[in-house]
Design a protein around this ligand. Sequence first.
Ligand code: I22
Ligand code: ZN
Length: 199
Amino acid sequence: MLEKRIHQHFIDSADLKYQCAEALSKPIAAAVQAVVACVTSGGKVLACGNGGSAADAQHFSAEFVGRFERDRPELAAIALTTDTSIITAIANDYDFNVIFSRQVRALGQPGDVLLAISTSGNSGNVLAAIEAAHEREMVVIGLSGRGGGKMNQALRDTDVHICVPSERTARVQEVHILALHCICDAVDAQLLGDQETQT
Ligand SMILES: O=C(CO)[C@@H](O)[C@H](O)[C@H](O)[C@H](O)COP(=O)(O)O
Ligand SMILES: [Zn+2]
């Protein structure tokens, strides 16, 4: 019974990933182009999300500032989920919905990229961060699922939307991390050439 349940998780996750290879290659490639344009002109990526998506924002930033699979010069990325003094001060003095948007307004510059991660597309603080990024003339890469929610309206035509076709948060997150690894790999291939991986 338990093993059957676990087996089904693997099957469901793999099925969704097969679907997404078709459905998401195009927006993921567009995200790569946006990130390459950003970092080659001295810009940075700001990343935000809640819960598991906060972990994804940090995971992505670590691979940018550190490395993914190949040695390369540092790339600029900041997860807006990590400074507990900033986050608690903003949530305490203003509102939890503005914990990311104030950081975007403080740090964002024209040409920077916001990686906005929300499986429902409805988290208020992520939506407010998207609005702040537009004010700062940043490009937004939105990662969502479950139909995209309010993120559909929040994003502009010049942004990129990677919307995972699943209603299940865990499944959406599993594709999000794959999409982020695709972006890391393709950015390295664009910057360093299409060599074999080292690790
Ligand atoms: O990781 C999980 C569920 O798999 C949770 O921590 C999940 O990320 C949280 O419930 C988030 O608050 C959900 O927010 P969102 O993805 O809808 O923006
Ligand atoms: Zn989770």
